[in-house]
Ligand binder design. Structure first.
Ligand SMILES: Nc1ncnc2c1ncn2[C@@H]1O[C@H](COP(=O)(O)OP(=O)(O)OP(=O)(O)O)[C@@H](O)[C@H]1O
Ligand SMILES: O=C(O)[C@@H](O)C(=O)CO
Length: 446
């Protein structure tokens, strides 16, 4: 399959974490775009894909390493021919003063010769909006939201222009809402004016879903676009209009039976609520990181609990969740990255054993960094991406020597019942006609 002038992909996307990357792939699939997904720069890109997402774990690693990996992923996507590169980051612009959004975007802009790069983090579906450059979660400004306490990327400045400028060499401007509200042509004209005056990066205000549509239309011909998956989900409209996406395709996923687990390394308040809900009818095993850090072997007892639940045909959740005070105490004692790595390694080892010793075939992983530790270390030869059906409901099949249903849940997203609902949904084959006009999907597909 070729797009134009012999290029294969309409969009080559690079995500800075796995939950976000899987959401993006699921959204494109729901829009009728055959989309591949991989977590490894060298993995195959299927010849029948029109979009491909390479999901990395680059959000909190040293900036220079993040740049190297992101550029390698971009080169890989460009090697099969690709109309546009999309750099996907979190709706709450999760990053540190050292990066990594700015440095990665700068390196991609250099690689692609982009004069003006838009930054559109908003996720209107969940009321994450940007106005006058300030990010809101509903009525809460970012720095007063739970994101202030993120264990790895605490967001303490709500002004995205300022946050981006602090991690970039390029001049950063704003495309304010009055311009966005006038539509794609006005946005494109403003981009041109900013580029002429030497501004290379522009944060774009976004309040409504229609703003995302207008921004995507303005960006459709740019060599590089950046933002949350929500803006990329509107690109297929432009592709259909220009004839580049002639045959939007229905999405199909086989059903998967077999033992089910939730592995939660996210300590986000939303994940805590979802675990509480899951725990009303199911067993939750809490992994006490303080004991793990003291060298106690918790692998065997946790695995034994999981195997008991599996033998009784019950789903189970295993979580490293702790109250905020305890998270801070552990980070103070051992260092933020050391604690994170210990939790990630514990869950990674466990995932492997649950699948290969416990026979687990349906798995939800909560947390982008957690998923980024677990998934690439499983012997997955290919992912089949299922269609996005609303917040936190993108799922896929991981092909190993057998198939495993997988859902990578962002820490902050998903309905209260997401764990049990998704594990149950994985059992049923699904076929979804493409969402061509209506977006985002408002009804769950059974
Ligand atoms: N009890 C704990 N104390 C300190 N750190 C923890 C604890 N439990 C988990 N962690 C670490 O916190 C980090 C949580 O990040 P992760 O990206 O997995 O979740 P999230 O930020 O909620 O999700 P997302 O990025 O999808 O929004 C991980 O690195 C994890 O290992
Ligand atoms: O945008 C989001 O919130 C997610 O896609 C994500 O990136 C969480 O890590």
């Amino acid at each position: 399959m070729k797009t134009q002038e012999g290029r294969q992909l309409l969009l080559g996307a690079i995500a800075d974490d796995l939950t976000g990357g899987s959401e993006l792939a699921a959204m494109l699939v729901a829009r009728g775009v055959p989309t591949g997904f991989s977590t490894d720069v060298d993995a195959a890109i299927a010849p029948d894909s029109l979009a491909h997402v390479i999901a990395l774990k680059t959000r909190v690693i040293p900036a220079a390493d993040a740049v190297d990996r992101v550029v390698a992923a971009a080169r890989r996507l460009l090697s099969v021919g690709c109309d546009q590169i999309f750099f996907k980051y979190c709706a709450t612009f999760d990053s540190t003063p050292a990066g990594n959004i700015g440095p990665c975007a700068e390196a991609l802009a250099d690689l692609l010769g982009a004069r003006l790069v838009l930054f559109c983090p908003a996720l209107c579906e969940t009321q994450r909006t940007v106005f006058q450059g300030y990010m809101f979660g509903g009525s809460q400004i970012l720095a007063e939201s739970p994101k202030r306490f993120d264990p790895l990327t605490p967001m303490t400045d709500s002004n995205i222009v300022r946050v981006l400028a602090a991690q970039s060499r390029s001049r950063v401007g704003l495309i304010a809402h009055p311009v966005v509200d006038r539509g794609s042509k006005a946005i494109a004209e403003r981009c041109e004016a900013l580029a002429r005056e030497g501004t290379r990066f522009a944060v774009v205000d976004t309040i409504y879903e229609r703003d995302l549509a207008a921004i995507a239309e303005a960006a459709a011909e740019m060599p590089l676009m950046t933002g949350n998956a929500s803006v990329a989900a509107h690109l297929p409209t432009s592709w259909r209009r220009s004839g580049r996406l002639a045959n939007p395709q229905a999405a199909e996923l086989p059903g998967i039976e077999g033992p089910a687990v939730v592995l939660a390394g996210s300590v986000a308040p939303r994940t805590a609520e979802q675990l509480d809900h899951f725990g009303r009818e199911n067993e939750i095993v809490s992994v006490d990181l303080a004991r793990l850090m003291e060298g106690e072997d918790l692998g065997a007892p946790v695995l034994a609990s999981a195997k008991r639940a599996i033998a009784a045909n019950r789903p189970i959740a295993i979580a490293t969740m702790a109250p905020q005070q305890e998270v801070e105490r552990l980070q103070g004692k051992y260092g933020r990255d050391v604690v994170a790595r210990a939790a990630e390694n514990f869950l990674t080892e466990l995932a492997h054993r649950l699948i290969f010793e416990g026979g687990v075939r349906r798995m939800v992983v909560a947390g982008g960094e957690t998923a980024g530790a677990i998934v690439p270390r499983l012997p997955i030869s290919r992912f089949i991406v299922g269609p996005y059906q609303g917040l936190g409901t993108g799922r896929m099949i991981a092909e190993m020597p057998f198939q495993v249903g997988l859902m990578l849940k962002s820490g902050k997203l998903g309905g209260i019942d997401v764990f049990s609902t998704v594990l149950e949904e994985m059992r049923r084959p699904a076929r979804t006609e493409p969402y061509l006009e209506q977006w985002p999907p408002t009804t769950r597909v059974q």
